[in-house]
Design a protein around this ligand. Structure first.
Ligand SMILES: Cc1cc2nc3c(=O)[nH]c(=O)nc-3n(C[C@H](O)[C@H](O)[C@H](O)COP(=O)(O)O)c2cc1C
Length: 187
């Protein structure tokens, strides 16, 4: 017989039940006039019509301030080989550091919004804030996807071509996972 469910011990984080979670990097344009980039693994598609994506942003982050300043962001999808830079972008604040300079982030102009894209990533959604709701310490931003772009050759009608690239699934702290085996449900 399978072992019984047990409640998590005190101090263990409930949300790891829902990890690993794909990591995106939010690109914003800030009150100081500079672009800023922050990794966010608490993100999810919300609706198809209109196409929306929700991202939970800590109200103490500089990204929060930047989103309140200009309600637009690029939702950049980094590949697995960008792991070090993605993690590093989450260890400092754009309030203290010009992350674009510090981490040599190559910028590319967006087509529909003002904040730039991170040029080296494999995909990007250009989003405008559609709705927001405060929950605990975060503001959950629902972005309408105004433009959606993927790197040629890495994307198919069914999503990323994992024979050619991979994404960063955030586990805990500095640990990430890759997408591994494919399973198909029987009909
Ligand atoms: C892999 C990873 C995922 C993260 N996910 C989120 C997230 O979903 N929401 C959030 O508010 N912060 C998240 N963080 C923390 C922010 O990225 C971090 O606080 C960052 O330094 C904020 O930068 P800023 O002050 O320039 O906005 C994450 C950090 C890492 C490393």
């Amino acid at each position: 017989m399978a072992a019984a469910f047990k409640p998590l011990p005190p101090g263990w984080r409930f949300y790891y039940l829902l990890h690993p979670s794909i990591t995106v990097v939010l690109g914003t344009l800030c009150p100081n006039g500079r672009p800023n980039f922050m990794p966010a693994s608490w993100n999810v598609p919300v609706s198809e019509e209109p196409p929306t994506v929700a991202v939970a942003v800590d109200r103490e982050s500089y990204t929060f301030e930047c989103l309140e300043h200009l309600g637009e962001a690029t939702i950049n999808v980094p590949s697995h080989d960008q792991v070090d830079k993605v993690y590093a972008l989450g260890t400092v604040s754009g309030r203290d550091v010009d992350k674009v300079k510090e981490f040599s982030i190559r910028l590319e102009e967006s087509e529909k919004i003002k904040p730039p894209r991170w040029a080296e990533t494999i995909g990007v959604i250009e989003g405008r804030v559609y709705q927001k709701v405060d929950v605990g310490e975060v503001r959950l931003y629902v972005f309408e996807a105004l433009g959606v772009y993927a790197r040629e050759g890495l994307y198919t009608k069914w999503g990323w071509d994992f024979r050619r690239t991979n994404v960063l699934l955030h586990g805990a702290g500095r640990t990430f996972f890759l997408v591994g085996r494919m399973l198909r449900a029987r009909v």
